[in-house]
Design a binder for this molecule. Structure first.
Ligand code: NAD
Length: 380
């Protein structure tokens, strides 16, 4: 019996026993729970904030290869609500203190860390030490050094690591990659990518505090624009120069408000990046030698939209990007298929983020990058 099959078998056995005791109270819940789990990997979400609540947990409901098996929360009042809504047994509920006990829980195969950025490294490392595969939300951490500690911990523990880059599993994004790869419109000459939104409201939110976020717009939305520049050219940048704009310093006291950056790619290709917490922007434009392709909107949860210079509409049925992303990672674990967002990709983007901040500190100086093919994942 393979490891996966043994685990599925023991899971079924375990639920059968628990089911006997609970059947009289919750027959429907147990029936639903058991059928849902067949051959699927169990995911535990760590941090039940807006992204887990609004996107990840709903995305898991229809996932084919994984399901929501557990939760880790620092807010006791959320436990009952989540247990009821997603049919999660009490034994699969943890808090930040007893989280390490998850090592003993065979229901949980993957731990998905969805906490403020400065907490990613600690919880990813604890998850790896517990022997669980890891998905780390973007940005992967608050520094390249922290990315290294996560990658090292996963390697040491022999577990798989992925970053929460949902766009890497999105069909629109993959269509752009295909046009670039197949040179449908010739060679790429210029890419422009924007990712921003107007942030208002609670000035105490963690995203506006450097100690928790590691930075502002660039750390939050800028990583999407970095990613689109890279899949819009099919290569990593060889240098970057950047500028910061501040129009509301009283609100954006501690983190960057708006950043622009210019990247040079091999063969004279140029990339432009815009990211902001004070302007709506959500577009990728790729200029080829014989035409162009555009996604607009490009980085939101969808439905996305796109077109090319020959009048073709880029259109796919809308599916949860988060569902596709988590299913891709579960399949990677189960079958050895491609990991579309490996830790190396998250680290590469953090190297670019640090270079952008360095350039700003040095008045827009061009910073050379030596990334080679780091984090470039082939989709064919
Ligand atoms: P959120 O503020 O809605 O939730 C944060 C969660 O962390 C909450 O449950 C909160 O209780 C918990 N938490 C624990 N310690 C905390 C502390 N000291 N300060 C604040 N909260 C604390 O945030 P979110 O939007 O869910 O973002 C969480 C992570 O997910 C971030 O890394 C973010 O970048 C990422 N994210 C990714 C996407 C995506 O599209 N991939 C979208 C949204 C968020």
């Amino acid at each position: 019996m393979s490891q996966i099959n043994r685990r599925v078998f023991s899971k079924k056995l375990g639920h059968g026993i628990a089911g006997t005791a609970l059947l009289s109270n919750m027959p429907y819940a147990i029936g639903k729970n058991t059928s849902k789990k067949d051959n699927k990997l169990g995911i535990a979400l760590v941090g039940l904030g807006s992204y887990s609540t609004g996107q990840l947990a709903p995305g898991l409901v229809n996932a084919k290869h994984c399901y929501l098996a557990g939760i880790v929360t620092g807010t006791p009042s959320k436990e009952k609500i989540w247990m009821e809504q997603y049919d999660i047994p009490k034994a699969n509920v943890y808090n930040y203190d007893n989280f390490d006990e998850i090592a003993k829980n065979d229901d949980i195969d993957i731990v998905y860390v969805v906490l403020p950025n400065s907490m990613h490294a600690e919880f990813c490392i604890r998850a790896a030490k517990a022997g669980k595969h890891v998905i780390c939300e973007k940005p992967m951490a608050v520094s390249v050094a922290e990315c290294d500690t996560i990658i090292q911990a996963c390697e040491t523990a022999g577990v798989k690591l992925s970053v929460g880059y949902r766009m890497q599993s999105d069909p629109y994004t993959n269509e752009i990659k295909r046009l670039v790869r197949e040179k449908t419109f010739g060679d790429v000459h210029y890419v422009s990518s924007d990712a921003g939104y107007i942030s208002r409201g609670n000035p105490d939110q963690w995203r506006l505090h450097h100690a928790l976020s590691g930075g502002g717009a660039l750390m939050n939305m800028g990583v999407y624009a970095i990613q689109s520049n890279i899949y819009g050219t099919g290569t990593n940048p060889i240098s970057v120069a950047a500028q910061e704009f501040s129009t509301m310093p009283e609100y954006f006291k501690d983190t960057d408000e708006t950043i622009t950056a210019q990247m040079q790619f091999p063969n004279g290709v140029v990339g432009n990046l815009f990211t902001s917490h004070n302007a709506n922007s959500n577009r990728l434009f790729v200029n080829f030698s014989k035409g162009w392709a555009e996604l607009n909107p490009c980085h939101n949860y969808g439905p996305l939209a796109g077109k090319t210079s020959d009048g073709t509409e880029i259109k796919f049925p809308h599916q949860s990007q988060q569902m596709l992303q988590m299913d891709d990672f579960a399949l990677h674990i189960q079958t050895g298929s491609t990991n579309y967002a490996p830790g190396e990709m998250g680290k590469r983007d953090m190297i670019i983020v640090e270079a952008i901040y360095q350039s700003i500190k040095e008045d827009g100086k061009t910073i050379a990058l030596n990334l080679g093919t780091m984090g470039i994942v082939k989709h064919f």
